[in-house]
Design a protein around this ligand. Structure first.
Ligand SMILES: Cc1cc2nc3c(=O)[nH]c(=O)nc-3n(C[C@H](O)[C@H](O)[C@H](O)COP(=O)(O)OP(=O)(O)OC[C@H]3O[C@@H](n4cnc5c(N)ncnc54)[C@H](O)[C@@H]3O)c2cc1C
Length: 504
């Protein structure tokens, strides 16, 4: 009997496994694929844009440096002047309309502190999964490949996942088994949303007459094609998602689609690897049914436009991990686990709408193209650029935690104390953090009462954004923000609300 069985060793299942392992829970991950490696996870087809919010999550667990190295991304210089706000490299577009990074105004994001370490970046699935598997194994997580979960039962005490004749009992089962989730169906989740408008294709291919295609993202009167990286082509064909995925992706079919959407007679000389997808946008109505939870693509699917699926899934895992661990430990305050759906469902719902809005703007008909012109003008403004950049980077995410201070419910800025300690340095062990920006702190004794679940640090910060203290949850979200002279009572109330009864 494990504390948690996670179905699916994709990036989301593995991230969650690391979070639970860090909290000392026993975790078994069951993965259908016998092999972790696949050409679809490597560059080019496995390339993924990580948002600043995801980079933050990796950084808070001390993994960002290794991820950069594995992804071939150089370390950003320590020079703050070289800071590019939220780095829009490669992912900065809405419906194919590129953002101009020079127009981003950091002052429009007063609740973030500039930190080049926390830029978004480009990686690939193999780098992410290898890093997370290694980290999970170090934390005592067991990962079994070649195990396909096909049945599930549950009662008040726990759930059992079955693969053939083998039973895997656990106190909780989490389905992280992707867009076609088996767990979602077996546990009876309701999955609702909208049907697709297009079939998308991504391929590693060479053309005989490359000059006929333009680089970058190209919206055309018949669809869209995209070329960012040498040897890679992606395209959207507005066929109502009619392409049947069980069909083989032949060179002839791909060439016909490419010719149609590019309006050229380009010739595909060789297709090395290809896959298709659609913009079907669906979400489960809740992320928990009894002892079964969902995270990542198992809970929400949408088109990859704007690169948000993986980022949303990592956000789910970060949000769920500490709450499930606290529930298993027995010190979670009442209802803590229910805040997982309450906080994360609206985030994915917005991502689905973001995806739908892009599809509507891209659709090749005169009305949609007229909207496209209007949106293009809006995006070219400073406010428009900031708006899109906030959405893409994850900076716009704010949970409704009821606090009055605008920082509450947002990801905490990476505060740097004058002795050089950064908030992210304090978050490596997965506990919450109470941070007080004063040479004469007054919350130390109060914070010590939750010592098993909360670290405490104090001292003037380089920039405290006008705050006296913050209480940061293990997922990096500000639970409470205190003014210059923080009130102990208010702090203790917030600590009890999120961390449960004190140790002493
Ligand atoms: C072309 C393309 C480009 C994309 N670009 C981006 C991007 O730039 N940024 C971004 O954020 N997102 C992007 N995405 C989306 C992103 O890839 C997904 O959202 C992300 O991989 C989902 O991770 P996951 O762990 O939830 O699911 P998956 O990665 O699908 O992993 C699920 C795992 O579960 C296993 N599994 C399935 N069924 C079972 C079963 N019954 N038993 C046991 N194991 C099972 C599978 O084998 C798999 O390993 C893109 C997607 C596509 C298609």
């Amino acid at each position: 009997m494990h504390d948690v069985v996670i179905v699916g060793a994709g990036p989301v299942g593995l991230f969650l496994a690391c979070e639970l392992g860090l909290a000392g829970r026993s975790v078994l991950v069951l993965e259908r694929d016998p092999e972790a490696r696949s050409p679809f996870k490597q560059r080019l087809l496995g390339t993924r844009g990580l948002s600043a919010a995801s980079a933050e999550a990796f950084h808070r667990r001390g993994m960002l440096h290794r991820l950069r190295t594995a992804s071939g991304v150089p370390e950003p210089g320590a020079d703050p002047a070289a800071y590019e706000p939220m780095s829009l490299r490669g992912v900065g577009h809405f419906a194919g309309m590129r953002l101009d990074p020079a127009r981003i105004d950091p002052a429009a994001l007063p609740y973030r502190l500039p930190n080049a370490q926390l830029d978004g970046m480009r990686t690939h699935l193999e780098a992410v999964e290898t890093l997370l598997s290694e980290q999970a194994s170090r934390l005592g997580v067991e990962i079994r490949h070649g195990v396909t979960v096909s049945a599930l039962t549950q009662n008040d005490e726990g759930a059992i996942a079955y693969a053939g004749e083998h039973a895997y009992p656990a106190r909780w089962v989490v389905g992280c088994d992707g867009g076609r989730s088996t767990v979602r169906g077996l546990a009876g989740f309701t999955f609702v949303g909208t049907e697709p408008q297009f079939t998308g294709y991504t391929m590693q291919a060479t053309t005989a007459d490359d000059e006929k295609l333009r680089t970058g993202i190209n919206l055309t009167p018949t669809g869209m094609y995209l070329r960012f990286m040498e040897g890679h082509i992606a395209m959207a064909d507005f066929d109502g998602g009619a392409f049947d995925r069980s069909q083989e992706l032949t060179r002839d079919h791909l060439q016909a689609v490419l010719r149609r959407v590019s309006g050229t007679d380009v010739t595909l000389s060789e297709v090395h690897l290809a896959s298709s997808f659609t913009d079907r946008a669906m979400q489960t109505t809740t992320y928990r049914r009894g002892r079964v939870l969902l995270a990542g693509d198992a809970a929400h699917i949408h088109s990859p436009l704007g690169g948000q699926g993986l980022n949303t899934g990592i956000g789910d895992a970060m949000n769920l991990g500490w709450k499930l661990a606290a529930t298993l430990h027995g010190h979670a305050p009442d209802g803590l686990l229910d805040t997982y759906t309450r906080e994360r469902h609206p985030v994915a719902a917005k991502v689905l709408d973001w995806s739908r809005a892009q599809v509507a703007v891209m659709r090749p008909d005169p009305h949609c193209q007229a909207i496209q012109g209007v949106v293009r003008d809006l995006i070219a403004t400073r406010d428009g650029t900031n708006y899109v950049a906030e959405r893409l980077s994850g900076a716009s995410i704010r949970y409704d935690l009821g606090g009055e201070h605008p920082q509450v419910g947002r990801s905490a800025p990476d505060f740097r104390l004058e002795d050089g300690t950064r908030l992210s340095d304090l978050m490596r062990d997965g506990r919450g953090v109470a941070l007080e920006f004063s040479a004469e702190p007054c919350l130390r004794d109060a914070a010590k009462r939750w010592e098993s679940r909360m670290r405490y640090a104090a001292g003037p910060a380089e920039n405290d954004l006008g705050l006296g203290a913050v209480l940061v949850r293990p997922d990096g979200v500000v639970a409470w923000a205190g003014e210059r002279t923080p009130e102990r009572e208010a702090f203790e109330q917030a600590a009890g609300e999120w961390f449960g009864d004190p140790d002493r």
